[in-house]
Ligand binder design. Structure first.
Ligand SMILES: Nc1ncnc2c1ncn2[C@@H]1O[C@H](COP(=O)(O)OP(=O)(O)O)[C@@H](O)[C@H]1O
Ligand SMILES: [Mg+2]
Length: 279
């Protein structure tokens, strides 16, 4: 089967910061958990990371130790002319900053589309982050294809897609990737597919082994190191700590570190090889 994936011969400029949007075609697959884990692992290996929460639920803030962010947050940045730097706060992890979502961000859904060029609003806001303040910006997205997910995709230089190893999800992936590309193109962006992250992996089940086999048939070169299903992911979230700090000796941290290394290799090294186009 021929799978149309998007890529380019290199992974693009390092300046300004690469902006990786963590997307998924479904809710509840672990976008926020993966964003928090990856942000923590990259920060703990010396990268300057800014995590951006575009979900009014504010899950990412809670996962990173900022459960009740006060305005200004992303809403004021997008609609009130507040500079992004004025809304950035420290997280529970050294080297990891957060641009938080407050509940009022939900109103951006109604307000922003009235403005010309709204699809680039987050891209424009993040472009004001001074070079050197962050090497990598990780953007957590709400589910669906409403205004906020479109903003998150429109601001990306790279997109990482999270999926569960579940047949129905994998069957929907080609369409989902295509939709992401269309949304991004409409927003005037041209991000690269960084890869697909299998999450909540438990290869003891036949269904998941089967689904993983199918994923490999379709997207082998694009598959990033996956994250196992572990209760410690939930515990770390409740504690407001990235998993690498919460469970430094767990196998989940080994997996997250491998994911972070591969993401850094693909996104942050200018001439890293692109996965071969898969025919
Ligand atoms: N690898 C994992 N192991 C165990 N639980 C996980 C894992 N990834 C996510 N979860 C849990 O699954 C739920 C949904 O994850 P979340 O990151 O909020 O999904 P999304 O952002 O895609 O809606 C949360 O309760 C989270 O703690
Ligand atoms: Mg989420």
């Amino acid at each position: 089967m021929s799978v149309d994936v998007y890529g380019a011969p290199d992974y693009g400029p390092i300046m300004p910061a690469v902006r990786i949007t963590i997307a998924a075609h479904k809710g509840g697959v672990g976008k926020s958990a993966t964003t928090a884990a990856l942000a923590g692992a990259l920060a703990l290996t010396g990268h300057r990371v800014l995590a951006v929460d575009t979900d009014p639920q504010g899950a990412l803030g809670a996962l990173l130790g900022v459960p009740s962010p006060q305005p200004p947050g992303l809403y004021e940045v997008l609609t009130g002319g507040v500079p992004a730097t004025a809304a950035v706060v420290r997280s529970s992890t050294p080297g990891l900053l957060l641009l938080p979502a407050t509940r009022d961000l939900a109103a951006a859904d109604l307000e922003l589309p009235r403005r010309a060029g709204w699809r680039r609003a987050l891209a424009a806001a993040l472009a004001t982050i001074p070079a050197g303040a962050a090497d990598v910006i990780l953007i957590d997205s709400p589910p669906g294809l409403g205004v906020l997910p479109v903003l998150a995709l429109g601001a990306a230089t790279h997109v990482a897609v999270v999926t569960e190893l579940e047949h129905l999800s994998i069957r929907a992936l080609p369409d989902a990737l295509d939709t992401v590309r269309q949304v991004v193109t409409t927003a005037g962006g041209s991000p690269r597919l960084l890869g697909i992250v299998p999450n909540s992996v438990d290869l003891r089940t036949l269904h998941q082994r089967d689904a993983y086999g199918r994923l490999r048939e379709l997207y082998e070169p694009w598959i990033l190191p996956g994250l196992p299903a572990r209760v410690s992911v939930k515990e770390a979230g409740l504690a407001g700590l990235p998993i690498s700090l919460y469970d430094p000796h767990g196998d989940i941290t080994v997996a997250v570190t491998a994911l972070a290394q591969e993401v850094a290799r693909r996104a942050l090294v200018p001439d890293a090889p692109t996965p071969a186009q898969h025919e």
